[in-house]
Design a protein around this ligand. Structure first.
Ligand SMILES: [Zn+2]
Length: 101
């Protein structure tokens, strides 16, 4: 066997390994797609809910009371723009006005 023949044999082995790896990836692809699909559907549902809130011009999650450290807090809204506020905020992040205590 000449040196050129050995190089050709090595080249064929590398090509064969590449083909095998590509075949494995190609076979796994549908499982990856169908594995991701429920997560994408969930994200789409969430985004549609957010869009519905935005179209009605109301803050997202305004109907829910927040629980911090086991204590249920009443949902607070900015008196100027009705933005949903956290209790520790002293300034509304939406309209940038200082909040009354
Ligand atoms: Zn505000």
């Amino acid at each position: 066997m000449t040196g050129g023949g050995a190089a050709t044999g090595l080249y064929l082995i590398v090509v064969w390994i590449a083909i095998v790896i590509l075949a494995v990836v190609w076979i796994c692809l549908p499982f990856a797609v169908f594995g991701i699909k429920p997560k994408i559907d969930e994200q789409t549902k969430l985004l549609r809910e957010i869009l519905a809130h935005l179209k009605k011009d109301e803050p997202v999650g305004s109907a829910q009371a927040e629980t911090v450290g086991g204590t249920k807090l009443k949902a607070a809204k900015c008196p100027n723009c009705d933005y949903m506020l956290r209790p520790e905020w002293t300034r509304c992040p939406s309209c940038l006005k200082d909040l009354p205590d």
